[in-house]
Design a protein around this ligand. Structure first.
Ligand code: SF4
Length: 488
């Protein structure tokens, strides 16, 4: 049976995924830009990881010419090189490429490199297990198997990352599957591939990044039970033939919020708890500051005093209203991309946000956390850090009323601003904008940072970023207006 390591892990994540990959390729969709970025990031991290095992030799072009790669791997092993990158092995048609095969005094260690941080995905166990299985049957039983991944707690206090601290080597030997279990899986795969298309239960998070998502979810409506419920609870209703939230019986849940959503979607009528919305509005204190950050999230820290995967603000928009019905002022900050963007961000926040008044953000925990991180991580006068930290005590979340007190049928059971805004302010749209979401903004910052654009295009990109971020804070203004209208 011909099978690659990635096909084995596809099977382990979802048998249908492997079946479709092998038997119905036409339904697979190419990776989204966000997913492609994750793949690219994985390659970059893989190459950086090689530096932890210096003097190694790369087996080139293995995917194009596996037989040549296998031969080259054998030659390098015979030479006893300190490490082989992308070492290739084949056993009974199962082809694996080992990220790093490290020479030890008495044999070889297997190292699988992943760009992920804190969490160890169970699929990594399968990934390393099939590699060890193949190597063992090729007569190269690894002495130890390691997962090499990013240490997300590493706080970089130098200008360049220290690779010893950036990467963690987690021993995986005791976690790996036995040969018997793997052989059982391989038998199942053989039967699966010659059988009919399998039926599996859908899983919102498990399916999210799958190349078969569009195919498997084509008959699932936007207001399905998955919009309201997670995992097993949603699957339980699906198994009973209840697909839409609107099809759920009234008062199905102990949770009042869920019952309200069922009622909203059954009747098509907006639910408003007028007293709760009015109480929320009454807590607002002028001046009102509507704030939104855009961030970049480098896996390998780019700037001193930051961590892997840390969200680094590079831009904000701020609408300020000093009194009820007063005019709005707009302020903004956008890094040039050349320096650590947080310093300019802090200076601008301290300049534009005064010492009193409510600061509003949608999903405010995000903005608050970024401000706390900057206050704690960056060298700055104590008085500035204190002002930043004091600001975090003044936040209110424009998402809060939409969690359970103001539910519109077109919000599709979500309080995300991208769902709430079209429901309440349909004439305000992100459609057609060159930068239309946080992912686009992150990508645009990467371009700014790379400094590769000609000046005219750079100027346009900056305009696009500023326009998008301004729209986010103006959207919050409009949502608060809509809340006010609802209780008048
Ligand atoms: S979308 Fe979900 S159910 Fe379909 S193949 Fe992928 S993981 Fe399996």
């Amino acid at each position: 049976m011909n099978l690659s390591k990635s096909q084995y892990t596809k099977y382990r994540s979802c048998p249908k995924r492997l079946w479709l990959y092998r038997n119905k390729k036409e339904v697979l969709t190419p990776p989204s830009p966000a997913l492609q970025k994750i793949f690219d990031r994985g390659h970059q991290i893989g190459e950086l990881a090689w530096k932890r095992f210096p003097s190694g030799v790369l087996v080139k072009d293995g995917y194009q010419n596996p037989q040549e790669a296998i031969k080259r791997t054998q030659e390098l092993m015979a030479q006893g090189v300190p490490a082989i990158y992308e070492a290739a092995f084949d056993y009974n048609g199962i082809l694996v490429f080992v990220d790093i095969l490290e020479k030890t005094p008495t044999g070889w260690n297997l190292v699988e490199v992943k760009s992920s941080g804190r969490e160890i995905d169970p699929i990594y166990v399968d990934d390393i297990s099939i590699q060890r299985y193949v190597l063992t049957h090729c007569g190269v039983t690894p002495e130890h198997c390691y997962l090499m991944h990013i240490n997300s707690d590493y706080f970089m206090e130098t200008d360049e990352p220290d690779l010893q601290q950036l990467f963690l080597l987690t021993p995986m030997d005791s976690e790996l599957s036995s040969d018997e279990d793997i052989e059982e899986n391989l038998e199942d795969i053989k039967k699966l591939l010659v059988g009919p298309e399998p039926t599996v239960e859908l899983d919102k998070s498990g399916c999210a990044d799958c190349e078969c998502h569009d195919y498997c979810w084509k008959d699932i409506p936007q207001d399905s039970v998955f919009a309201l419920l997670r995992g097993n609870r949603a699957r339980k209703f699906m198994a009973q033939g209840i697909v839409r939230v609107a099809d759920l019986p009234p008062n199905s849940f102990d949770n009042e919020k869920y019952n309200r959503w069922v009622e909203v979607l059954r009747t098509g009528k907006t639910y408003i708890d007028h007293a709760a919305v009015a109480a929320w509005l009454n807590k607002l204190e002028y001046p009102l500051y509507y704030l939104d950050f855009e961030t970049t999230q480098p896996v390998v820290p780019l700037w001193k005093y930051s961590r892997p995967y840390q969200q680094i603000p590079f831009q904000f928009s701020l609408h300020v209203q000093h009194e009820p019905n007063g005019k709005f002022e707009h302020y903004e900050y956008l890094s040039t991309g050349k320096e650590d963007p947080r310093y300019g961000c802090v200076d601008a926040l301290l300049k534009y946000i005064g010492n009193s008044g409510t600061i509003l953000a949608h999903n405010a925990a995000f903005e608050k956390t970024r401000m706390k991180e900057m206050a704690h991580d960056l060298p700055m006068p104590g008085s500035d850090a204190k002002r930043l930290l004091d600001m975090t005590e003044r936040f209110m979340d424009t998402g809060d009323p939409f969690k359970q007190d103001f539910l519109h049928p077109k919000m599709h059971c979500s309080w995300s601003i991208k769902k709430v805004l079209p429901a309440l302010v349909p004439n305000m749209t992100y459609e057609g904008m060159a930068v239309a979401n946080g992912g686009d903004a992150m990508d645009a910052f990467d371009v700014l940072y790379s400094e590769k654009l000609p000046p005219a295009e750079l100027e346009q990109l900056r305009k696009d970023l500023l326009k998008y971020c301004e729209q986010d804070t103006w959207a919050m203004v409009k949502l608060v207006d809509a809340l006010r209208d609802s209780v008048q």
